[in-house]
Design a protein around this ligand. Structure first.
Ligand code: DAH
Length: 349
């Protein structure tokens, strides 16, 4: 029996040494050490041995089994390591490869203009302020010298929520809010931008649009004048729409300014020669502006004897149309990525 065991040992060790992969190794494990394996069979035959022989043979079998197990484990580890190394070799990550591009959204053209305008006015010492879109009749009209029943209210077809509240038709409401928040205490230099609403809808009008509004109120002795207004708007138009544009002030009427003006710029399409865009006039109207009406100052807590200033307002959507050559205002609100992606900040990436 001893010889049989030693023979098994010799054969198995030889075969295990020769094994070339995990699969063969596993088969050998089964062949020698498995339930039906050769060494196990020897143990089963121990019943026929004398009591003296049994422990000797038993420990010999154990020794051989330990030795085989050890060798198998060593080889297993070696194979596993090799396999892992091979895998790592093949799956090497090249960190210099460019990553997959994640598609980014782009800033809406209207918001781009708002940002540019705010930056410009902040650089001239203005504060950026905000006001509510759901506004009261009082702030949207009454405090701007437009009492109930005033005929000029007809210029703006409004969405009323009830008799008191409406969706603001003009950012001018923020003029009143800013004055009421400061009341005679401080001079004002503010700019505000945001959504406004009117009942209209065609290629150049949308029921929801955006306005920007500026207000300067200062001590009388500082002499804030039409010249300042004109200079300010010149900088504004030339920086935001086009460097070579000229301005034209036309007398007009707004209840909250006196005198009031409509401000035109040179038609950027024909350069002032006259074309279909400017209706052959060479000019395009862009802004409303004027000297703040004394009634408005008075109603909002500023003494018109001591204070004076100017105000202006304009539709940002129209500025965006001019700047980017957009022909229909409704494109700005249909949320079409083919349209919007054209305003990607590719230049800034
Ligand atoms: N709020 C006016 C409008 O929506 C525009 C405007 C005109 C604003 C004159 C002003 C201004 O601040 O002084 O038609």
């Amino acid at each position: 029996m001893k010889e049989q065991i030693l023979k098994i040992k010799e054969n198995s060790l030889q075969e295990i040494q020769k094994a070339e992969n995990l699969k063969i190794l596993n088969d050998l494990k089964v062949k020698y050490l498995g339930k039906k394996g050769e060494l196990t069979a020897v143990l089963r035959g121990m019943g026929n041995l004398t009591p003296e022989e049994r422990p000797i043979i038993g420990s010999l079998v154990n020794e051989v089994r330990d030795e085989l197990e050890k060798l198998i484990r060593e080889k297993e580890e070696k194979f596993e390591k090799e396999e892992l190394n091979k895998k790592l070799e093949n799956e090497k990550i090249d960190i210099t490869l460019p990553s997959t591009k994640i598609k980014r959204g782009s800033l809406h053209p209207v918001n781009r203009i708002i940002e540019d305008i705010e930056d410009l006015f902040v650089s001239m010492g203005y504060d950026v302020v905000t006001g509510p879109e759901l506004e009261t009749d009082e702030y949207c009209f009454e405090r701007l010298n437009l009492p109930k029943g005033h005929p000029a209210r007809d210029m703006q077809d409004s969405f009323y929520i009830n008799t008191e509240y409406l969706l603001r038709t003009q950012t001018s409401a923020v003029q009143a809010r800013t004055m009421m928040a400061n009341k005679d205490k401080t001079p004002i230099r503010m700019i505000t931008a945001g959504k406004t609403y009117r009942r209209e809808d065609d290629a150049t009008h949308s029921h929801q649009f955006n306005q920007i509004e500026g207000l300067v109120v200062d001590y009388k002795e500082r002499n804030v004048s039409l010249a300042d207004l004109k200079g300010t708007l010149e900088v504004f138009v030339r920086k935001i729409i086009g460097a070579n544009l000229d301005l034209r002030f036309r007398p007009s009427y707004f209840p909250f300014t006196e005198p009031s003006y409509e401000v035109d710029v040179t038609c950027f399409k024909c350069g002032g020669k006259g074309c279909n865009l400017c209706k052959q006039t060479g000019w395009i109207e862009v802004l409303g502006a004027g000297i703040v009406h004394p009634n408005v100052l008075k109603m909002n807590g500023y003494n018109p004897e001591k204070f004076g200033g100017f105000a202006f307002g304009t539709g940002i959507d129209r500025l965006a149309m001019f700047r980017y050559g957009i022909t229909d205002m409704r494109y700005l609100y249909t949320n079409d990525v083919r349209f919007l992606s054209q305003f990607d900040r590719k230049d800034e990436e």
